[in-house]
Design a binder for this molecule. Structure first.
Ligand code: TRP
Length: 328
């Protein structure tokens, strides 16, 4: 049986943080043998939050270097830029006819962004953000989309558009699958201050942070505010560092929980332990990243390879779309 296909992507905002890793990238890497994979750099989507394009290319290279360093294998998982495959914009245009403005205005991710980023004058492209994302996914007929939890509303819109296209133009022989979102338990890893991890909030641990930086950052992380002294009893359920232990140090969870509650374990030691577990996890990634930092052409080659492969699939799908629409 043919493997199912994954299509996922991220906006190129530069170096990745642990939230990006745990929420999506780690899953992409885990699934890359089981599925056929395509991963895109959403360099048009990023314009919705920053119109300046001066850093997009550099940010793309940094992000893709992180993907590769973390273990994404470009042979199994072609990597490409959305902007280089014109079919994305073409399918986006067709899809924009198949969804109402009211439906897009109800998108909770949009509402959240309008609030968080203080957007006053929403641009047309921002409203259409999930329509472009639907084109990204359906152009490759993605069956599964491993993403962070905040993206699930966009997957739902993608399913609606796929259904709408199929009913309208291909009732007997559907062109598009209805893709499933896949989220992990840690789809939303909190940042060092307990809020969602985000570079704009300055509360991130980067995938490329060195040992000392991770230690320093952990030292400042918030813990149970009622645990003021080493021997005060703590409440792991409200402690951010405990959440990190759950992810990066699951084996010691029972001991940490017991010793925190009893007051035997102080926050300083607990944080040092946590930092060392995170550093252990990051060590091979840091090592591998050096190869790409020394020779950024390796990353550029990955993109141009991936773009060739993506183009083939994109053109096939568009031919099919045009035929079904009697525009072939
Ligand atoms: N909107 C996604 C994000 O911000 C990025 C993205 C663009 C994406 N196109 C995609 C994710 C297609 C999955 C599939 O994280």
């Amino acid at each position: 049986m043919a493997k199912k296909r994954i299509l996922s992507g991220m906006r190129p905002t530069g170096k990745l943080h642990l939230g990006n890793y745990v929420g999506a990238l780690e899953n992409w890497i885990k699934l890359q043998d089981e599925y056929e994979n395509y991963h895109l750099v959403a360099d048009y989507h990023v314009l919705t939050t920053d119109l300046s394009t001066d850093e997009i290319y550099q940010n793309t290279l940094e992000m893709v270097a992180d993907w590769l360093a973390a273990g994404l294998d470009p042979v199994k998982s072609p990597i490409f830029r959305q902007s280089q495959i014109k079919e994305h914009t073409e399918l986006f245009l067709i899809f924009s006819m198949l969804i109402t403005k009211a439906r897009l205005e109800r998108n909770p991710t949009l509402k959240e962004q309008v609030r968080d980023l203080n957007i006053e004058n929403l641009v047309y492209g921002h409203l259409g953000y999930p329509v472009l994302q639907a084109a990204d996914i359906l152009l490759y007929k993605g069956d599964a989309v491993p993403v962070g939890e905040d993206q699930l509303p966009h997957i739902e819109i993608t399913r609606e558009i796929a259904r709408r296209f199929n009913t309208q133009y291909a009732p007997n022989d559907p062109v598009f699958p209805e893709p499933e979102g896949m989220v992990t338990n840690f789809a939303r890893l909190p940042g060092l201050d307990g809020h969602r991890m985000s570079k704009s909030l300055g509360n991130v641990i980067l995938l490329s942070d060195d040992v000392e930086t991770v230690r320093q950052k952990l030292r400042k992380a918030v813990t149970d505010p009622q645990k003021l002294r080493k021997n005060d009893p703590g409440r792991p359920e409200v402690c951010l560092v405990f959440t990190y232990h759950k992810k990066f140090n699951p084996g010691e969870i029972p001991v940490i929980e017991k010793d925190c509650r009893s007051g035997a374990l102080g926050c300083v030691d607990c944080k040092l332990n946590c930092a060392s577990k995170i550093n252990q996890m990051l060590a091979p990634i840091l090592e591998k990243r050096k190869t790409y930092e020394k020779n950024i052409n390796l990353v550029k080659d990955v993109l141009s390879d991936g773009e060739k492969k993506a183009k083939v699939i994109a053109q096939q799908t568009m031919n099919e779309v045009h035929q079904k629409m009697k525009m072939g």
